[in-house]
Write a protein that binds this ligand. Structure first.
Ligand SMILES: [Zn+2]
Length: 171
């Protein structure tokens, strides 16, 4: 226990039985009550941040799912809308096939976003949740709110990685 007799920040001699904070620099004594409390607060904050990232991911997934369902279920209607404003140099059947393919990809993206949100709520697999936020960010060009929320989720995930179980144990 020789290490705990000196401040981890400045090296000042401390008494772990008596000192809550280093008398010289004010850093909580490692393993002491103040240190344990500070870690608990930090864990709570990062976990809350991760939960919010999950909420953002969930909402950001909605536009992809709606667009995807529309393309897959109402292919003819979507094709008619496209033909109203743009005349592609492909047959109607090829256009419809492309719409279905696009819709399937959007549904997959939306599903990935929902999985990322669930992982955030469970505080597990930071990397997968982060990839989901990046994928949603790239598909966010189809809706401004999706783009903004995916960006927020990504930012929160970067800043609160310790809120995931696989990193929380290292705090
Ligand atoms: Zn100190």
């Amino acid at each position: 226990m020789a290490d705990s007799s000196f401040c981890t920040a400045c090296g000042e001699a401390i008494d772990p039985q008596r000192d809550l904070y280093c008398p010289k620099c004010g850093v909580p004594v490692k393993g002491g009550p103040a240190d344990v409390q500070a870690r608990a607060v930090y864990k709570e904050i990062t976990k809350n941040t991760v939960t919010w990232a999950g909420v953002f991911l969930l909402i950001a997934s909605i536009p992809s799912i709606i667009i995807g369902l529309d393309c897959v279920l109402n292919t003819s209607v979507v094709a008619t809308k496209i033909l109203d404003v743009y005349d592609p140099v492909i047959s109607l059947q090829v256009l419809k096939d492309n719409i279905v393919t696009f819709g399937t990809v959007m549904l997959a993206v939306g599903a990935f976003g929902v999985i990322g949100a669930i992982l955030c709520f469970k505080h597990r697999f930071w990397v997968v949740a982060l990839i989901a936020s990046i994928v949603l960010l790239f598909c966010g060009i189809f809706s401004f709110i999706g783009l903004f929320l995916a960006l927020m989720a990504m930012w929160f995930l970067f800043s609160a990685r310790d809120g995931f179980d696989e990193y929380a144990s290292k705090i």
